[in-house]
Design a protein around this ligand. Structure first.
Ligand SMILES: NC(=O)c1ccc[n+]([C@@H]2O[C@H](COP(=O)([O-])OP(=O)(O)OC[C@H]3O[C@@H](n4cnc5c(N)ncnc54)[C@H](OP(=O)(O)O)[C@@H]3O)[C@@H](O)[C@H]2O)c1
Length: 249
């Protein structure tokens, strides 16, 4: 249990779901961990559950200025960074006719623009070797109605993993993207559905997944440990799809 021993790591959106599970796994593997989030209660719960060594930073992923602040705090605590999991995100799903410019901008700010400027701010701190892991989604590969803007942002993450790698690999910085299928996390409770609609949606989603179930946050976290570790130093600009087979159907 020391695959990340001594590595300085940052996980955005580390207060819930996949990010929190990944923070736990990183700590178990010997990493130093900083997390971000916006909700004060969840930030404190995460601090209590991860223990005193975890660095907890309140920062909005959609605010470009806040990304510089995160980088300064990481530098002050760790002096460098060996791995970053750019995971914070929202899923605003609605029919094309229901989109407004404000809603579009908010989704893109959190799911794509903020992450880009976070990486820009972190590049000077990234070690040689180091790993950038971007959060994508199986939705970038599907034509699922209502997912337009979410899928657009996630497709951008897949593209960024390639172009960042192309530019930064000479400095030992590799970027990859992890694209989960449906995962059982609190994200599913934030879709604005009433309980009956949420249950019906969950049943419909499971019906689409060849594995016949939602994945777990730990199943994604284990893969992120691998991507952050030196075990996969030859994986550059790639995508890891963990979706129970959804994308092959
Ligand atoms: N669950 C799935 O089925 C699934 C599938 C594919 C991809 N993903 C991706 O996986 C990532 C994590 O999702 P999850 O399922 O673990 O969701 P989750 O349980 O809702 O967790 C989302 C995390 O992101 C943070 N976050 C949300 N908006 C933020 C903002 N504006 N600024 C900073 N932090 C923010 C949340 O913290 P606060 O609440 O404190 O802001 C929380 O820690 C997302 O990028 C999502 O798109 C999830």
């Amino acid at each position: 249990m020391s695959r990340l021993k001594g590595k300085a790591t940052l996980i955005t959106g580390g207060t819930s779901g996949i990010g929190l599970a990944t923070a736990r796994r990183f700590l178990e593997e010997g990493a130093r961990v900083a997390i971000t989030g916006t909700n004060a209660g969840r930030l404190e719960e995460a601090r209590a559950s991860l223990g005193g060594d975890a660095v907890v930073i309140a920062a909005d992923a959609g605010d470009v200025a806040a990304q510089d602040m995160i980088a300064r705090q990481v530098e002050a605590k760790f002096g460098k960074l060996d791995a970053v999991f750019v995971n914070a995100g929202i899923a605003d799903l609605r029919p094309v006719g229901d989109w407004t410019e404000d809603a579009f901008d908010r989704s893109i700010d959190i799911d794509l623009k903020g992450p880009y400027f976070l990486i820009k701010a972190l590049v000077p701190l990234l070690s040689n070797p180091s790993s950038i892991i971007l959060s994508g989604s199986v939705n970038a590969h599907l034509g699922m109605g209502g997912t337009h803007v979410y899928a657009l942002a996630k497709a951008g993450m897949i593209s960024l993993a390639r172009t960042l790698s192309g530019e930064l690999i000479g400095r030992g910085i590799r970027a990859n993207v992890i694209s989960p299928g449906p995962i059982d996390t609190p994200l599913n409770d934030k879709l604005g559905l009433d309980p009956a609609a949420a249950k019906a949606r969950a049943k419909a989603v499971v019906g689409l997944v060849p594995a016949g179930r939602f994945g777990t946050a730990d199943e994604i976290a284990n893969a992120v440990v691998f991507l952050a570790s030196d075990e996969c130093r030859f994986m550059v600009g790639s995508e890891m799809l963990i979706d129970g087979g959804l994308s092959i159907m």
